[in-house]
Design a protein around this ligand. Structure first.
Ligand SMILES: *Cc1c(COP(=O)(O)O)cnc(C)c1O
Length: 414
């Protein structure tokens, strides 16, 4: 049987690794090494020619192992496995989600370029666009989930950015509001501004629903980025990131990674290989639990509003986008409770099982207060605009027993 016919979850224990390489060890060992011995000087020369693009690669010639800033077996096997979920040609892993995101920007943008991005967006990404890219003369323009393709195109021409637009960057669902953005629409906007000597890239931060429930490359995106710290890692014990796309794009990004030196190390690679084996069952259980928690919250007298994709109904503005590009509502629930900051804090301080911490996607359930924590430096006007209210709590649901989670929330609300 062709190995390509197996589903990704069937291949997470074996794909890309041959036990014969390591004394028959069923699991890929940790290649805790900085450098690799060449068989002969000629081999070292050939590897470097490929690494530095000094000649055309022979058919089926892969980059040989040289030095762990360029490549390492734990990283390469992890990258191969990660491509399976998104149906990508290639992948590059990084030491954090932010290093994956910043490397995508630095490789693909130059002074004078403009990046169009969705708001609200992850705080670190927002900071990088607003305060770091601007130092290099790269400008930006934001749009919101509620805006149509026509409105966004108008906005670009109002700013006279048609010729300088180089990237459309979006995050969907958005954090912490769960607002959805149509990936295909963004890819169309990017294509609208393609010219013979300028390709406008569509990049999607898929941390919230990927890699199981949303596959942006299938909706026209060029690159997908992840904070692998979240669902992919899934145990709150590692910081990592990933970028996926076609071979040519990922080769360029790996080139930049080699010189920034922000690749993940072998230990991070090994931890993520281990995490990938249970990725699907973890995420499915988390989604089932989130559905139960969200349904419970909906009818609670101390709850004003529940933000959960599973409650979208036919006729809701975002329902069609949800049906088109998401295969599950995921495991993130936002909830507005009666009162303001004081009541929200009292709730958070009363939780006994759910942990009070930022981050998401892990086996344990987490709760936090976006207005004063993850989104503390969002301006008051933007908080108002995006619905980041004083009484808003963001929950990331884990794999605990759902009745215990509901018990905990019930007693904290009381
Ligand atoms: C956490 C997160 C990031 C940043 O990832 P790190 O691994 O913390 O660097 C980027 N985007 C989203 C949506 C995130 O949740």
């Amino acid at each position: 049987m062709d190995i390509k016919n197996f589903r990704p979850e069937s291949l997470m224990m074996s794909y890309g690794y041959n036990p014969e390489w390591s004394e028959g060890a069923i699991k890929c060992p940790i290649f805790q090494t900085s450098t690799f011995v060449f068989k002969k000087a000629e081999e070292g020369k050939a590897f470097f020619e490929v690494a530095y693009g000094l000649r055309e690669q022979e058919k089926n010639e892969e980059l040989g192992l040289i030095y762990s800033r360029l490549n390492n077996p734990d990283l390469e096997i992890l990258e191969d496995r990660l491509t399976l979920w998104d149906g990508a040609e290639a992948c590059a892993v990084f030491e954090s989600g932010m290093s994956a995101i910043s490397t995508v920007f630095l490789e693909n943008l130059k002074p004078g370029d403009v990046v169009l991005y969705s708001a609200p967006i992850y705080g670190g990404t927002n900071h990088f666009i607003q305060h770091i890219l601007t130092k290099y003369g790269i400008e930006s323009l934001s749009f919101e989930a509620t805006q149509s393709e026509e409105e966004i195109l108008q906005k670009i021409s109002d700013h006279d950015y048609q010729d300088r637009l180089k990237m459309v960057y979006l995050e969907t669902p958005a954090n912490p509001t769960n607002d959805l953005i149509d990936i295909e629409m963004c890819a169309n906007i990017a294509k609208h501004f393609n010219t013979e000597d300028k390709e406008v890239l569509t990049v999607v931060d898929n941390t919230y629903l990927g890699p199981i429930w949303q596959h942006p490359l299938k909706h026209g995106a060029d690159l997908v980025v992840y904070s692998a710290t979240k669902y992919i890692g899934g145990h709150s014990d590692v910081i990592a990131g990933a970028v996926l796309g076609n071979k040519a794009q990922i080769a360029k990004i790996k080139g930049m990674r080699t010189f920034l030196g922000n690749m993940a190390g072998p230990w991070t690679g090994w931890l993520l290989l281990r995490s990938l084996e249970t990725l699907k069952i973890r995420m499915e259980e988390q989604a089932r639990n989130a559905q139960k928690v969200a349904d419970y919250l909906l009818n609670h007298p101390k709850v004003q509003r529940v933000g959960y994709l599973g409650h979208l109904k036919e006729g809701d503005a975002q329902y069609e986008t949800f049906m088109k590009q998401c295969s599950s509502p995921g495991a993130m629930v936002s909830v507005e409770i009666e009162g303001g900051e004081a009541e929200a804090f009292k709730f958070l301080n009363s939780l006994k099982l759910i942990k009070l911490a930022v981050s998401l996607g892990s086996t344990e359930s987490l709760a936090q207060h976006p207005a004063t924590m993850t989104h503390a430096d969002v301006s008051p006007e933007d908080k108002e605009k995006f619905g980041i209210k004083e009484n808003l709590i963001r929950l990331s649901i884990g794999v605990e027993n759902p009745e215990d989670l509901i018990w905990d929330i019930e007693q904290a609300l009381k």
